[in-house]
Design a protein around this ligand. Sequence first.
Ligand code: DGJ
Length: 732
Amino acid sequence: MNIIVHEESKQFHLYNDYISYIMYVQPNGELGQLYFGKKIHDRDNFNHLVNYFLMPVTPYYDEKTFFSLEKNRQEYPSFGTGDFGTSAFKIVDKDGSGVSCFKYKAHSITPSKKKLPGLPATYADEGEALSLEIELTDEISKVSLFLTYSVFKDYPVITRSARFVNTGTEDIVLDKALSLCLDLPDSNYEWLQFSGAWARERHIVTKRLDDGITAVGSRRGHSGANENPFVIIKRPETDENIGEAIGCSLIYSGNFIAQAESDADGKLRLLTGINPDTFSWILKSEECFVTPEAVLAWSDKGLNGLSQAFHALYNNHLVRGKWKNKERPILLNNWEATFMDFTEDSILKIASKAKEAGAELFVLDDGWFGARDDDTRGLGDWIENPAKLPGGIKGLSEKIEAMGLKFGFWIEPEMVNPDSDLYRAHPDWAFSIPGRDKTLSRHQMVLDYSRPEVVDHIHDMLYNVIKDAKVSYIKWDMNRSITECLSRGVTSKEQGMVYHRYILGVYSLYERLISEFPDILFESCASGGGRFDAGMLYYAPQAWCSDNTDGEDRIFIQYGTSYGYPVSSMGAHVSAVPNQQTGRTVPISMRGNVAMFGAFGYELDLNHISDEEFETVKRQIEFVKEHRKLLQYGTFYRLRSPFDAAQAAWMVVSQDKKEALLAVYTMRAVVNRMPGYLKLRGLDPDFKYECNGKTYCGDELMQMGIPMKDECISGYSISYDGSSAVVVFKAE
Ligand code: DGJ
């Protein structure tokens, strides 16, 4: 890993063993992009890569040399001085022009990585990453711009963020401040986005990039189930195992945009950052604005290689605290078992059966506080309901711990029901616009977390519940998007700052609770996977994947999620059948075999299943305990996509390649067709692997594949609808 600065040619080359990232100071003083991809040799001058062409109807910065911004690739493009693509930022100057030009001033290199104030970001110790900060200034608007880049020693990854500082005496308005722009020389890529909706999150959508703009984004106040702040561009020939791909992930949980724009010269511009549609930031004299961090990863080992880079980076350099790289407790959550209709006794019966099955943690979901007997009331009143919990959370947690289980519970701290004491006392704490209709969603409103006093109040209520109880886990839910976004805490001119301030408020409460209760494992949730993003992982190491717990649908959801996020981050539970969302009856074996590739648990009353199923549950829990490290932290390979076939497969391999787990799921049987072979990945070609009494060579398993006959996949039937198998390969 190194950062070379060629002082004379003013070129910057960041590289490690995998990638190079090269940029330069252009003739007009702005930064230009020269190269991102596989590591290349350094040289004193890459100037031959710059385009000096006389082209028709082109605006030239310099008509003698024919240097044009439009014909060259920009690093953080402004608008209005000759580049006509989408800009990375927009400053409305006092003259009202919206035109700026940031010229290189200085740079500095640090041997690790600095924190981003109030924002989630990857972190690194000295020796693990190097950072370059480039300072640029616009003399007219009196603004300094700092572009920060980090290159990690062990990952094919560059992280970026931007910081604006108002050095003048008057306010300026930042109407757009994206985190990343990457201009590439050609557009021969396909675009992958992870789209969906509630209960079908992160399904893969692939598009061929063509002239013009392809984009995803959110204006919901949270990243959302419909789109995800993670996209991939890949060469058309790239598959899971070979070929080039670039992944772009925004470490942010609010309104975002990710966009690819292909221009008439065939160049491609990739952008991501806070969604400018809902953003306008007033920067007072001497204030600074820091954008969220964006991560760029590169792979020539196909999409599996790209995903593995994100998984390893996030496990080692984003997730923090006690739960970093730790096996996650096997839990039982009562939501789908009882909804809000429970008493302490009924909860203890469910927990006791979970203990008998081998679970390690019991989670009490929604309904324990205020007048919360249904979803029309109580949100915001974080005081236990004595009719349900006579001893409160403290009393219940002690009883659960006495059983030998850890205890956790559910909160939804960003919300309020109009029918609650909190709303009656502080109606102006919820987003709404006086005189306009109030849009409700699940009968609730969103609290104005851009106001510190609101965050403080909720903090104090939660703190009182947690402080004396035995709490090991908290599920932090968020069940509606923001509408009527008007804050009573700021002036009318400052309303464009509210969405971003809201999410900063959410992050600040997380940060406070994490530092006060460092042992608690947080799981984020937003009506299932409506805020499954890298920003959340900085605070909550795992996220509830989806409210759809159907064993088959979950294959799609977890498969799609795996492109950008590690297995350890995916909350995945076995629930009752027929499934509450799909009505489908998937065998308990399949439900377990899918959920175990995640932060594993159950979400049903185990008292209500047959003895035979209960024995299966016990075996599943035993299996997960035995293989948990490998299931949650092994190198993950997608083998067969449910989006392409009626059968899906994936596997995990230990770091030393001595152990692997293969999972095969048949959603829909194909009758009277030879089962074929499945090529495994990531094994050592020279090892011999034992699997259920049979021996295979690593190279044979990867080159030829394992025969998909039932007797090879460990004697389980994988030929019928809903059949599945998880099999162990051990090097001899
Ligand atoms: C939505 C979550 O996704 C569910 O798991 C559950 O916690 C409910 N909210 C509770 O209201």
